[in-house]
Design a protein around this ligand. Structure first.
Ligand SMILES: [Zn+2]
Length: 141
């Protein structure tokens, strides 16, 4: 059942360390071992120095909301989240301001989230799912 879910590692394996990190309760982004550039989304080459297989590093899942959107349509039917929900684009200052997408935990039609709001991520592993997902929650100001 879970093998049919539309999330998890890409067939070519370029993002497998990200998913393995979620399983281990850790957010991992690519960081070039040669020039220290943070990279997201996953790539085979460092876009700065062209090092092959640039490497991965753990990142504390804390950041600020760069942008957000409310979804009223089930773009991913298998996603175990009631509609509507809020997707946030989270900027990670400790990872070169790279931005990652995620769902705002327990968001809905009345959820208000400000650009610049501080959020922290947690790893949610829904029953029956092979791969966990990172969910974001606003941190009290
Ligand atoms: Zn590099």
């Amino acid at each position: 059942m879970s093998a049919e879910l539309p999330w998890g590692p890409a067939p070519d394996g370029v993002d497998t360390p990200y998913w393995d990190g979620l399983l281990a309760g850790e957010l991992r982004l690519q960081r070039c071992g040669c020039c220290a550039t943070w990279i997201w989304g996953p790539q085979w080459l460092c876009p700065r120095c062209h090092t092959f297989d640039p490497g991965w590093a753990p990142v504390e899942p804390v950041g600020t909301v760069y942008s957000w959107s409310r979804s009223w349509y089930p773009f991913i039917a298998e996603l175990p989240v009631p509609l509507p929900y809020v997707t946030v684009l989270v900027q990670l200052p400790q990872a070169g301001n790279r931005r990652v997408l995620g769902i705002l935990h327990e968001s809905g039609a009345d959820t208000e989230i400000a650009i610049g709001a501080r959020v922290s991520g947690r790893f949610v592993h829904d029953p029956g799912a092979t791969w966990p997902l990172l969910r974001w929650t606003e941190v009290a100001r």
